[in-house]
Design a protein around this ligand. Sequence first.
Ligand SMILES: CC(C)(COP(=O)(O)OP(=O)(O)OC[C@H]1O[C@@H](n2cnc3c(N)ncnc32)[C@H](O)[C@@H]1OP(=O)(O)O)[C@@H](O)C(=O)NCCC(=O)NCCS
Length: 262
Amino acid sequence: MAEEIELVNGGAELIPAVESLWEALFDHHLEVSRSGVATIARELSWPRRRAHYERLFSSHAHAEIWLARNAGGPVAYALWHEDEIDGRRAAVLESLSVLAAARGLGLGTRLMQTVDARARSQGIELSAVDVLSGNDRAMQLYRRYGFEPHAEFWLRSNQHAAPRPESSATAAELAGTLGLELSIDPGPDDTWISSARMASLTAVAERERDPQLLESLFARLEGDGAWTIFVYIPAPPKARPLREELANQGFRRSMERLTRVI
Ligand SMILES: CC(C)(COP(=O)(O)OP(=O)(O)OC[C@H]1O[C@@H](n2cnc3c(N)ncnc32)[C@H](O)[C@@H]1OP(=O)(O)O)[C@@H](O)C(=O)NCCC(=O)NCCS
């Protein structure tokens, strides 16, 4: 089968060609996800993902799609973009999807190798991939390929959060005192039921965190309408105290970031 498959390389013009492949990935994510957050209807997913891909192509120095197709049409794709991780240039493998009928034949590995070769040729030395918690077979494949745990995304999406009294500090100030950096991402999400503006908090400093202050930060974000909150923390052992605190406050691990020197 591998001989009959050609790889096509391109940019944003290939986005429409990956619609059915994205939907195959969406179906798979719904089957395996352990985030505990309700998911959106299938027909809502592609328009949101397409908008996300368009933003990636317009906002990153480098982004590309590798599309695998046979005589019947597209069977797999990889989409990657360049980003900075811990101050290093990195190739982020944003999506990797193989149609169910073509899995286990080496196509996923071939696409990863192709992306690595491209990234290396541009002087990039790190690759990264975010895997949904629960996607155990994909995780096994990446670990076997040499990826190592790097960070975790914890998620709470509380649609019914009650508006809370305002504190005098802004959410960004509150986050800063907790060693967290706040950004507001455009949404809504293409997998989970989420707010239109999603809060992302990155742990940038190691410190003891007062649980009450953390709780008031989350309440503040929810009160401001960003009721979907992602927290990006380093992989264990550094993550341990914050992990426990987040679990106590109803967060679940939604994704794991793996990295690999290429
Ligand atoms: C994960 C995925 C991209 C791998 O591509 P692939 O072409 O099937 O992978 P390869 O043939 O190169 O490698 C096979 C290995 O992939 C892993 N794998 C992961 N999911 C698999 C699946 N649903 N079917 C078969 N193999 C799978 C296995 O570890 C397998 O090794 P094994 O045969 O020893 O169990 C592909 O299976 C897929 O699209 N899965 C569903 C969507 C997904 O999980 N994407 C990754 C998102 S981060």
